[in-house]
Design a protein around this ligand. Structure first.
Ligand SMILES: [Zn+2]
Length: 353
């Protein structure tokens, strides 16, 4: 346990944020850390570049006649700043009452390292009964754009009898086998109403305001009463949820008090479905960031010319392929665009995938 925690502490301290290009040095530091750890332990390690952030492949070969298990994990994380409500420095491991806290502990450095460390130990003690291949990527948090191409190109290298995804969770203290995940993609919606910010005294009341326009659009995304997504056709491709699935999901232990306590939320939306069905089998749209106008100290009386929102889509066709996902995202953007165009005048909408 001490050895595991020592390693976890080291990798947590590396700020391998993939969503911000200024962390590239840290990304490479993380790759080097895994390479050293895994080669020291006796694995054949390959670092593969040319697919965004490097992939780390580590093979623990016991015997060619044995079956092979492929374990997937990712070494990249989302940004974290202590000002966002952390009770301790997010990139420094904190242990409190047998729990560990830090950015990446549950997504995904902690779990991936449990698998890596267990295999290292079993290999060291000659107890590994299968060959194990680790596939660690550095762009999971940006949507794994190069992963499908990588898997296609390297299918020989990744050949396995069984694949295990380390990027999952347990329910309370019950281990679970996750049968599927929602897919997802991000988009940025930008509204431009003028060439430059305008003085509110001179233009206020006559000039369109990009922030107002953006808000008008965004309020149309979700129905305020039912919380259902208002984009036409959004639920069209969703598989019918079967009674068996509903029954199964209802039988998974769920504690709504814990769910609320951990997150600080006061209500659970969409109570028509249990939480597992809602977050596993139904799609969702979430605004994940908004920016416009002046946000510094004090006030500046300017009418914003530009406003933008980052929007995250969780899609839920379990068997959805990369191509289908891309096509459906484009369709969704087109549909979204139609909804928006109706609510806008003299504004330009730029959509970036
Ligand atoms: Zn993850």
């Amino acid at each position: 346990m001490d050895e595991y925690l020592k390693l976890l502490r080291e990798i947590i301290a590396i700020r391998s944020v993939s969503t911000d290009a200024s962390y590239q040095t840290e990304i490479h530091k993380a790759v080097k850390w895994y390479k050293e750890l895994l080669s020291r332990a006796g694995a054949e390690v390959e670092i593969i570049s040319g697919y965004d952030n490097p992939f780390v492949i580590a093979k623990f070969l016991v015997d060619k006649s044995l079956s092979t298990c492929l374990v997937y994990g990712h070494y990249d994380v989302q940004p974290a700043n202590i000002d966002e409500g952390w009770t301790s420095e997010p990139f420094s491991l904190r242990i409190d009452d047998q729990r560990v806290y830090a950015r990446g502990v549950v997504d995904n450095k902690g779990q991936a390292l449990i698998h890596i460390y267990s295999v290292i130990r079993a290999f060291r003690e000659n107890k590994l009964s299968k060959n194990v291949v680790f596939l660690l990527e550095g762009n999971e948090e940006t949507g794994s754009p190069a992963l499908p191409r990588f898997i296609k190109d390297k299918s020989k290298l990744l050949k396995a009898d069984l694949a295990l995804i380390s990027d999952g969770e347990i329910v309370g203290s019950t281990p679970v086998i996750e049968a599927g995940f929602r897919g997802g993609f991000n988009s940025t919606l930008q509204v431009k109403t003028a060439d430059l910010d305008l003085h509110s005294g001179i233009y206020g009341g006559t000039a369109p305001n990009a922030a107002h326009e953006l808000i008008t659009i965004l309020t149309k995304l979700i129905d305020a009463k039912t919380y259902k997504v208002n984009i036409p056709g959004f639920y069209e491709d969703v598989d019918t949820i079967t009674d068996d699935q509903l029954k199964n999901n209802k039988s998974i232990p769920f504690n709504s008090k814990d769910y609320k306590d951990i997150s600080g939320i006061k209500v659970i939306l969409n109570e028509e479905y249990d939480v597992y069905t809602q977050t596993g089998l139904l799609p969702s749209v979430q605004i994940t960031g908004i920016s416009s106008g002046y946000n510094g100290q004090g006030y500046r009386n300017g009418i914003p010319a530009v406003a933008s929102a980052k929007i995250n889509f969780s899609t839920c066709k379990i068997t959805i392929g990369a191509k289908k996902l891309q096509n459906s995202s484009e369709n969704l953007l087109i549909r979204l665009n139609q909804v928006m165009l109706r609510s806008i005048y003299k504004s330009t909408i730029l959509m970036k995938e």
